[in-house]
Design a protein around this ligand. Structure first.
Ligand SMILES: [Cu+2]
Length: 161
């Protein structure tokens, strides 16, 4: 131990204890839920796009943001698709309606209360990427992401788990 550390010893130990005691509160990590897209079967309110695939991830960050990233393939090149976080599982009423915070949040869609990773436009290969970043942590009802055809029909869904 050199002189400086010996002199600073008690203060350094106290500072270390403060850091260690604060660590659990600071250590809350990001929570990630994710899932793969599957096409909805053809039927009332649906357009059967056949073989849409891809992935959706939702990150609830330690800094109280929610980030949603979707990658979708099997789309029609040049076509623009809507996409939202929904509040029911894909096989429960076709994912139900949109997830809503119930109040406006920074970056929120519509009236500021929803999370929309779309709209996005498919490239020449029929692929698209969509993102959403909102300044609040999504609640437990944010359980799926739906892709909508132009016109609104639900065509694909990913359960987040
Ligand atoms: Cu939707």
């Amino acid at each position: 131990m050199n002189t400086l550390i010996r002199k600073a010893g008690p203060i350094a130990v106290a500072a270390m204890l403060v850091v260690l005691m604060a660590a659990p509160a600071l250590a809350r990590g990001a929570e990630v839920t994710q899932g793969s897209f599957g096409s909805f079967a053809g039927g009332t309110g649906h357009v059967d796009y056949g073989d849409i695939s891809g992935h959706a991830s939702m990150i609830r960050t330690a800094s109280d943001k929610t980030i949603v990233v979707v990658t979708v393939s099997g789309l029609t090149p040049g076509e623009t698709y809507g996409s939202h976080v929904h509040k029911q599982a894909c096989d429960n009423g076709d994912a139900g309606g949109h997830y809503s915070f119930g109040f406006a949040v920074p970056g929120g869609a519509l009236d500021g209360s929803e999370i929309w990773p779309g709209p996005f436009t498919a490239n020449a290969a029929g692929r698209a990427v969509g993102t959403a970043v909102v300044g609040a942590v999504a609640g437990t009802e944010a359980v799926s992401v739906v892709v909508h055809a132009p016109g609104g029909a639900k065509i694909a869904c990913a359960d987040l788990s």
